[in-house]
Write a protein that binds this ligand. Structure first.
Ligand code: PAF
Length: 281
């Protein structure tokens, strides 16, 4: 595995891979790797000649009161996990490398972002798209791999890639869960023991809602989820819980088309998100 920290070296390996006509699978991450990331790697390996992973905790997608400073980081552990999982190129840029100067132009997300994380994390998706624009230009991937847990991110990235005719496939990989159903997340390390014991209720409530959607009663479905999650007492609050058409994030009008139920729960030090997508492919 090659570890690369600067732009020139990355450009050089990408150029030589392209010259050899190798396809590139790209797994962009913020590190603190877990099995969810490894599922992306596995798919990227199966579908491409080489796999590039980036680990970069991107400051521009964190708001002023968010957890940029405290976001978990462990480069040594991540490097060895990346190596064990067959990554070919690991890109580990610094903030100065990715943002040497203040930006002349940023990417502004304007559709699919008026709700959920787009509404509660101001500027978050602008930061995500801006860093992905940089990374996609550098890595020139044939496919980029994202987890379904971040369903709104997936929808926004798919829209961006389509809008700008970027020559890559956005591949979406199902959420990987702990045995008790809790979605794997780098932020799970910040749950207290009791919070960790209670957090599987999120997935449990969403799974149950899946059955109730047939009745086409949004208010009832959401009220039931809220009631189940609130049976546990350790979380501070449900930051959001709602239901939309997917991937447009427009209000539900056609119950035969894909629908997402998305939730965000705030614990003492961790903000967890999860979702269920119902119907569609
Ligand atoms: O999903 C993430 O980890 C980040 O939002 C991403 C896509 C790596 C951009 O910083």
């Amino acid at each position: 595995m090659k570890i690369i920290r600067n732009i020139e070296a990355l450009r050089a390996v990408v150029a030589s891979s392209k010259k050899e006509r190798k396809t590139i699978g790209f797994v962009p991450t913020m590190g603190f790797l877990h099995e969810g990331h490894m599922a992306l790697v596995k798919a990227a390996k199966a579908e491409n000649d080489i796999v590039v992973m980036s680990i970069f905790v991107n400051p521009t997608q964190f708001g002023p009161n968010e957890d940029f400073e405290s976001y978990p980081r462990d480069e040594a552990r991540d490097t060895s996990l990346a190596e064990q999982n067959g990554i070919d190129i690991l890109f580990l840029p610094s903030v100065e490398t990715m943002y040497p100067e203040s930006l002349t132009a940023t990417i502004h997300a304007q559709k699919r972002v008026s709700v959920l994380d787009g509404a509660t994390r101001e500027g978050h998706f602008d930061g995500v798209l801006t860093v992905l624009a940089k990374l996609f230009h550098l890595v020139q991937p044939d496919g980029a791999y994202f987890g379904q847990k971040d369903a709104q991110q997936v929808a926004v990235v798919q829209g961006f890639v389509a809008d700008y005719f970027l020559p890559l496939k956005v591949r979406v990989i199902p959420t990987v869960r702990e045995q008790d159903g809790l979605a794997k997340s780098s932020r799970n390390v910040y749950l207290t023991e009791q919070e960790r014991a209670d957090a599987p209720v999120i997935h449990m409530a969403l799974r149950r809602a899946r059955m109730e959607v047939k009745e086409k009663d949004k208010t009832r479905v959401l009220a039931n989820i809220r009631a189940i999650v609130n049976q546990k007492k350790t979380h501070e609050k449900i930051v959001y819980l709602d239901m939309y058409q997917y991937p447009s994030f427009e209000p539900v009008e056609d119950w035969e088309k894909p629908i997402i139920i998305a939730i965000c729960v705030q614990y003492s030090k961790a903000r967890l998100i999860d979702n269920e997508i119902i119907g569609g492919a």
